[in-house]
Design a protein around this ligand. Structure first.
Ligand SMILES: NC(=O)c1ccc[n+]([C@@H]2O[C@H](COP(=O)([O-])OP(=O)(O)OC[C@H]3O[C@@H](n4cnc5c(N)ncnc54)[C@H](O)[C@@H]3O)[C@@H](O)[C@H]2O)c1
Length: 247
């Protein structure tokens, strides 16, 4: 029997990259999946892949920066599956530029998806999980939120914010047996990092003790651990999955 048999997981940013890998990993462990995204074609593909693992997939069009849409998504999920045991706040974007050139719009856009989006996700599932007296909330931060990165002031601030939010929520929800943790990936091969020129990728590899970029499945494995009872005594933690970049 899989570690998540009979449980329901909601994953934001489920259409591709790390979000898709998380859906597939949790589905392989037996969870029914509610996948949220704004890109529906690719979301349907994730759905097909999840169903191949033998579990159900509910596809939901929702923008994480809207609290109302997130609350609606949670309602639909609990109506369909009867419970919501795992929430993975994964959706995120970059709008990189040096601080002096960064527009307020690019600052705001990244904060509203990467940080307010996580607040919306945590808030939307909290009531359900508190009532159930069980649940695991996992948010995807970044190594950049821990150590910073030139050209990513907006992204670094949003990802550091996710860590503070995770710890505050962990303290608030612990007495109801709801655990709240974060995963901080390093550089993972997805569309987000594919755009980097080969030279930057080479420079990147030089900063990684394990000397290679990570795969989406490496992040998904850490998420599965945090989602399952194997991590039942962990809350308010940040697990780095970064080949040793931040230590
Ligand atoms: N790739 C990396 O190296 C890396 C490293 C550290 C952290 N992360 C984080 O991991 C997460 C996933 O990244 P990825 O590399 O898979 O990126 P990606 O761009 O491949 O996928 C992001 C997904 O989020 C969706 N999305 C974007 N805005 C949304 C919104 N407003 N509402 C709902 N969905 C939205 C996109 O449609 C897409 O499906 C992000 O939070 C990212 O910051 C990635």
């Amino acid at each position: 029997m899989g570690a998540l048999e009979g449980r329901t997981a909601m994953v934001t940013g489920a259409s591709r990259g790390i979000g898709r890998a998380i859906c597939l990993r949790l589905a392989a462990a037996g969870a029914s999946i509610a996948g949220l995204d704004i890109e529906l074609d690719q979301l349907a593909e994730t759905g097909e892949l999840v169903r191949e693992k033998g579990t159900e997939f509910l596809s939901i069009e929702a923008d994480v920066s809207s609290l109302q849409q997130m609350q609606k998504a949670v309602e639909r999920t609990t109506e369909r599956f009867g419970s919501l045991d795992v929430m993975v706040n994964n959706a995120g974007i970059t709008r990189d530029n040096l601080l002096i050139r960064m527009s307020q719009e690019d600052w705001q856009k990244v904060i509203s998806i990467n940080l307010t989006g996580v607040f919306n996700g945590v808030k939307a599932v909290s009531r359900v999980m508190m009532r159930q007296k069980s649940g695991s909330i996992i948010s995807i931060s970044s190594v950049v939120g821990l150590v910073g990165n030139a050209g990513q002031a907006n992204y670094a601030a949003s990802k550091a914010g996710v860590i503070g939010l995770t710890k505050a929520a962990a303290r608030e929800l612990a007495r109801r047996e709801v655990r709240v943790n974060a995963v901080a990936p390093g550089y993972i091969t997805t569309r987000m990092t594919e755009r980097l020129p080969e030279e930057s990728r080479k420079a990147l590899r030089a900063q990684i003790p394990l000397q290679r970029l990570g795969e989406p499945e490496d992040v998904a494995n850490a998420v599965l651990f945090l989602a399952s009872d194997a991590s039942r005594y962990l809350t308010g933690q940040v697990i780095s999955v970064d080949g040793g970049m931040a230590m």
